[in-house]
Design a protein around this ligand. Structure first.
Ligand SMILES: Nc1nc2c(c(=O)[nH]1)N(C=O)[C@@H](CNc1ccc(C(=O)N[C@@H](CCC(=O)O)C(=O)O)cc1)CN2
Ligand SMILES: Nc1nc2c(ncn2[C@@H]2O[C@H](COP(=O)(O)OP(=O)(O)OP(=O)(O)O)[C@@H](O)[C@H]2O)c(=O)[nH]1
Ligand SMILES: [Mg+2]
Length: 444
């Protein structure tokens, strides 16, 4: 039997041991399996308590069983769920019992979702949303993933695709109609109007989003600066725990240290780096090299200094904020001129916490602007943005070339429809599907 037609099972809940574990089964053998292990087929979609086990053998567990006959199931196939006690031995016994059935095997990562996709239960953008929802750590990530799972991008793309096909049908009708002469304008003009209208909509989605696809990875903020200025102390303040070693010795931090923060629902990775200076110590030299490299790739650099003499020693495309630390030591000094003009400046005491809430508020504000504060982000992956850009490019070309020949315009419309078909996972997808579903969890 082809692996595609085999019945699959997997643990869909977290690592054992857990209070309750959910084992899902999908495929043609699911009904036979439930009947054998639970004694009878429960009413569809009704949670039913059963002592699981094969007749004549010792029971496996006292469980709750659900039965979802296809096609009205999550995968579109017959689905059974066993809600068992989440101990390792319970699961081992259940998996052993499941493996005894013919044409039944453990599922590959993402295989349940892949079957749902193959059976038309969701399109590729929705499947991507599902994966993002499972991996969402912050509330903004959750909201964006849920919008995608609900098909907000998929529905727009389907609508655009249908309208492109309508426009190209008009043009192709015109081409057929006019074997000799020119294509009648009354067919071309409405086709062009349709194309221009939907181009505006796609461009709006592409422009109005900020960088919503970056919401999946999060923003990277690097703390950089000379040794001993309090970078690791600030890191610990932001993390609210002792993630980095702090000491009065210059050159304490050598490796790059990372923490994931949830700043008002935005995912932010803060990295603490080695103090940047000339040094003869080869280990510290390597630390400085890594510090420079990570700061150069960051989305924002917090350049920490404890005196105004400390010059910047950083270049890269990312904005730099100047943060003057240890203001508690300078109480008697007049507030000095802060940093270069145009740079945002903060004054803090990382060890006492003064000024840290203001710095955090500014980071939240930065994240909001960076991701495009609006709640409308439809794009959540580079794959999606690239395909929408390709669609827009083909549409623009079709308008530009129509005077040179209607066939050229029709060809561009076909390319545009194909890009949207790829976005939805309807054309040329085998390779993409493998890549996307491989990243999924087992049991999803
Ligand atoms: N126990 C359990 N909880 C779960 C899931 C599950 O599969 N099992 N889900 C798994 O992802 C999520 C809920 N999503 C689901 C999506 C579709 C269907 C489903 O049966 N769809 C059918 C029937 C639709 C209907 O009548 O509402 C269909 O689409 O035809 C079930 C759950 C989260 N919680
Ligand atoms: N008075 C005062 N001391 C501070 C403050 N922040 C940090 N320190 C002290 O400054 C020293 C260096 O702090 P670290 O956080 O290790 O400095 P760093 O920039 O990470 O240093 P390197 O890792 O060596 O580059 C420690 O003794 C801290 O306790 C502050 O706001 N006020
Ligand atoms: Mg340090």
């Amino acid at each position: 039997m082809h692996p595609r037609d085999q019945t699959i099972f997997a643990l869909s809940s977290g690592r054992p041991p857990s209070a309750i574990a959910l084992v899902r089964v999908s495929g043609s053998q699911a009904g036979k399996i439930v009947t054998a292990l639970a004694g009878k087929l429960p009413s569809p979609r009704m949670a039913t308590r059963a002592l699981l086990g094969n007749v004549g053998q010792r029971p496996i567990d006292d469980a709750v069983v659900l039965w979802f006959p296809g096609p009205a199931s999550a995968t579109g196939e017959d689905v059974a769920e066993f809600h068992v006690h989440g101990g390792r031995a319970v699961l081992a016994a259940l998996f052993a019992a499941l493996s005894e059935f013919e044409d039944v095997r453990p599922a590959e990562p993402g295989e349940f979702t892949r079957r749902a996709f193959e059976n038309g239960k969701l399109d590729l953008t929705e499947a991507e949303g599902l994966d993002d929802l499972i991996h969402a750590d912050t509330d903004r990530q959750r909201r964006q993933a849920l919008r995608q799972l609900k098909g907000l991008l998929g529905d727009r793309a389907r609508d655009w695709r249908a309208r492109i096909i309508e426009a190209s049908a008009l043009i192709e009708a015109g081409i057929d109609f006019s074997d000799e002469g020119d294509v009648p304008a009354e067919l071309i003009a409405p086709a062009l109007a349709k194309v221009k209208a939907l181009l505006v909509e796609i461009e709006e989605v592409l422009a109005g989003q900020g960088r919503s696809e970056r919401l999946r990875d999060g923003l990277v903020v690097a703390i950089a600066g000379p040794p001993n200025v309090g970078k690791s102390t600030l890191m610990n303040q932001l993390a609210r725990r002792e993630v980095a070693i702090v000491s009065p010795h210059a050159g304490t931090t050598r490796d790059v240290i990372e923490v994931q923060l949830d700043l008002d629902g935005y995912p932010v990775t803060v990295i603490d780096t080695a103090g940047i200076r000339e040094t003869d110590d080869p280990v510290e030299q390597e630390g400085v090299r890594r510090a420079r490299a990570r700061a150069a790739d960051a989305d924002l650099v917090l350049w920490l200094a404890d005196s105004l003499q400390a010059a910047f020693d950083h270049d890269g495309p990312a904005p730099i904020w100047r943060v003057r630390n240890k203001i508690d030591l300078e109480a008697a000094r007049p507030l000095a001129e802060a940093g270069a003009p145009g740079l945002r400046s903060f004054e803090i005491s990382a060890s006492r916490g003064d000024g840290v809430p203001e710095l955090i508020a500014a980071l939240v504000d930065f994240a909001q602007r960076y991701f495009g504060g609006t709640e409308g982000g439809l794009i959540s992956r580079t794959r999606q943005r690239k395909l929408l850009e390709e669609t827009a490019t083909s549409l623009r070309r079709s308008v530009a070339v129509v005077r040179q020949g209607e066939e050229l315009a029709a060809e561009e419309l076909r390319l545009a429809a194909r890009s949207l078909g790829r976005l939805l996972g309807r054309v040329d997808v085998e390779d993409i599907l493998d890549v996307i579903f491989r990243e999924f969890c087992v049991g999803k």
